[in-house]
Design a protein around this ligand. Structure first.
Ligand SMILES: [Cu+2]
Length: 228
């Protein structure tokens, strides 16, 4: 006779499978999983009873193998669980700190990706920079500030990536993704330092831009000059 536990883990697909059938199958699967996990944890005791009361010469090989003194130790599983838990915790808190946003950043830049160029808008400042075929756009930022990027796309998925900022984020049509970056005190110009990191069509390779970081005073002067 087949074990009911063995049966319980199988998801039967009927020609007309109702939602209740699926729920029942999922329930059986979870119950089976828990029952087996519980059985494994107690294997040293449960399996150890088999053959333990027989003389050594009458024991079957599988019974001998499962006696308590042959059972697998539990500490490797405990160590593995501890490592997984620690890695999970480190990842959780790292991602949370990376994604943390201040309610009032110093500057917001709205970045729009399109096939196959970039558009940088400085909301409230009246400045827009658009890349054209053959002319790489320049992203100008003030040093020593917290800058928020609002990212979106008008056609396909692009990905805004400035390797020097250690930050990359995908851009989806119809959605706005935000992230904030602390712009350090270093000023300078870095041609070709920003790219699209998502293959977005034939001329994807043309989606590159330069980054220039200037002092806050120079940034205000640049805004005035760039304003149409
Ligand atoms: Cu792209």
């Amino acid at each position: 006779m087949r074990s009911p536990v063995r049966h319980a883990g199988i998801l039967y697909l009927k020609s007309r499978c109702t939602a209740e059938d699926l729920r029942a199958s999922c329930r059986r699967f979870v119950q089976t999983f828990l029952a087996r996990a519980h059985g494994r944890l107690n294997s040293g005791v449960r399996w150890g009873k088999r053959g333990a009361d027989k003389p050594v010469e009458e024991r079957q090989p599988h019974e001998e193998a499962l006696l308590p003194h042959r059972a697998f130790p539990r500490w490797p599983a405990a160590v593995a669980l501890l490592i997984v838990g620690a890695l999970f915790g480190i990842t959780f808190f790292s991602v949370r700190s990376i994604d943390a946003e201040e309610p009032d950043p110093d500057l917001t830049v709205a970045v729009t990706g399109f096939q196959w160029q970039w558009q940088f808008d400085y909301p409230g400042r009246g400045v827009r920079v658009i890349g054209t075929d053959g002319v790489e756009p320049e992203l100008v930022l003030p040093s020593g500030t917290k800058v928020q990027f609002d990212l979106t796309s008008v056609d396909v998925i692009h990905s805004f990536w400035i390797p020097g900022f250690r930050f990359k984020r995908d851009m989806f049509p119809g959605q706005v993704q935000t992230f904030q970056v602390d712009i350090g005190d270093r000023t300078g110009s870095w041609p070709d330092s920003g790219v699209c990191a998502e293959f977005c069509g034939l001329d994807h390779h043309k989606m590159r831009f330069s980054v220039r970081i200037v002092t806050p005073d120079e940034f205000e002067s640049w805004l005035q000059e760039a304003r149409p």
